[in-house]
Ligand binder design. Structure first.
Ligand code: G3H
Ligand code: 13P
Ligand code: ZN
Length: 369
């Protein structure tokens, strides 16, 4: 069964009221860590790759690593998701490479830095929805700019993607009324909302209060658009023990706080279904590898330190999946292929807004006969 569109997984998670971690990957060990953790607790998974990750790994390698994962873990439903697609071209090339879900991040212009206008965001996202839905691929949009209310600015850049300079509170918190209009006009399956989380390790300079991490905004938005799945970016918790291990073994990370797991659990109750985690996985691998290098400077077999990095990442993945409620659900995810999804979108099963444009709908219908 392995590959499923994001929408299938998130619809099921909404029905059973749990959240699903979306883990970023760049190489084989990271894919293995996620799959091994998922297999242990029979959890469905979302594996995501940024534009930079795809460039680093190479699309052909990534595709075949994912095919290997599907062959080795036939009981684990998997979504392969494009994280932060900065243009329709990025999303289209992901679709061509077998991704079952794409994020069109039109909250920034194509340079990945300049906050865009609402109309620009609607236009590029709608275009991607038309194409993606005609082949049954799910689409995540973003409204509002992911960033820190504490700093009134975006967090760390991810492959040069992220707003630069100061941001206003209006940009840093998704407007509920605008979210309704955005979802109506674009037909997205999922929406990333800005609530004060930012990418990277340095989210908060002390444990966050509700003034800088505004979980309540999720509830407001969810009530207005319950059919659209909400996504929380910048959801790493930045475990203090991992920071300490890194610094103890030669690292020099500044004091940093992330999103407490308890707050993520509150967000899941308030309507969040997809929770993006990358930084915690980087910290886990780095902590293990630094420790090994420091304690055994005589060793130089990559299988030694990469294996330890993989084990450390696997522990964090398992912990997050358990905390978000994913345990045991792998067996029950309905097996819906992208082809079947394309027919559903076309038939209006997910509503008029999610239907692809008439031209693409006709092409898609012809191809499926
Ligand atoms: O937001 C997503 C990730 O942190 C991606 O980071 O672009 O450096 O791969 P990256
Ligand atoms: P973190 O940097 O908090 O892990 O967030 C990752 C993310 O949002 C990827 O899109
Ligand atoms: Zn993100």
């Amino acid at each position: 069964m392995p590959f499923v569109p994001l929408r299938v997984l998130l619809d099921y998670a909404r029905e059973k009221q749990f959240g699903i971690a979306a883990f970023n990957v760049n190489n084989m060990e990271q894919i293995q860590a996620i799959c091994e953790a998922a297999q242990e607790i029979m959890a469905p998974i979302i594996i995501q790759a940024s534009k930079g990750a795809r460039k680093y790994t190479n699309d052909i390698f990534l595709k075949h690593l994912m095919l290997a994962a599907a062959e080795l873990y036939p009981d684990i439903p998997m979504v392969l998701h494009q994280d932060h697609g900065s243009s329709p071209e990025v999303c289209l090339s992901a679709i061509r490479n077998g991704f079952t879900s794409v994020m069109m991040d039109g909250s920034l212009e194509e340079d990945g830095k300049t906050p865009s206008s609402f109309e620009y965001n609607v236009a590029v996202t709608r275009f991607v929805v038309d194409v993606a839905h005609s082949v049954g691929v799910s689409v995540e949009g973003e409204l509002g700019t992911i960033g820190s209310i504490e700093k009134m600015a975006a967090g760390e850049l991810e492959d040069a993607h992220g707003a630069v300079g100061k941001l206003t509170i209006e940009q840093l918190l998704t407007d509920p009324a605008q979210a309704v209009e955005f979802v109506r006009r674009t037909g997205v399956d999922a929406l990333a909302v800005a609530i004060g989380t930012s990418h990277g390790a340095y989210k908060f300079t002390s444990p966050p209060t509700k003034d800088v991490l505004v979980i309540d905004r999720i509830l407001e938005i969810h009530k207005l658009i319950p059919e659209c799945h909400l996504v929380m970016h910048g959801s790493s918790s930045v475990p203090q023990d991992l920071l300490q291990l890194i610094n103890k073994h030669g690292g020099s990370l500044r004091p940093a706080w992330g999103v407490p797991v308890g707050e993520i659990q509150r967000a899941i109750k308030a309507g969040v279904r997809k929770i993006n985690v990358d930084t915690d996985l980087r910290l886990a691998m780095t902590a293990a590898i630094r420790t090994e290098f420091h304690e055994h400077p005589d060793r130089f077999d990559p299988r030694g330190y990469l294996g330890l990095g993989r084990d450390s990442m696997k522990r964090v993945c398992r912990e997050r999946m358990e905390q978000f409620g994913q345990t045991g659900h792998a067996k029950h995810i309905p097996h819906v292929t992208c082809e079947e999804m394309a027919k559903r979108y076309l038939s209006g099963f997910y509503g008029e807004n999610a239907k692809p444009s008439p031209v693409l709908a006709r092409a898609s219908a012809k191809n499926s006969h």
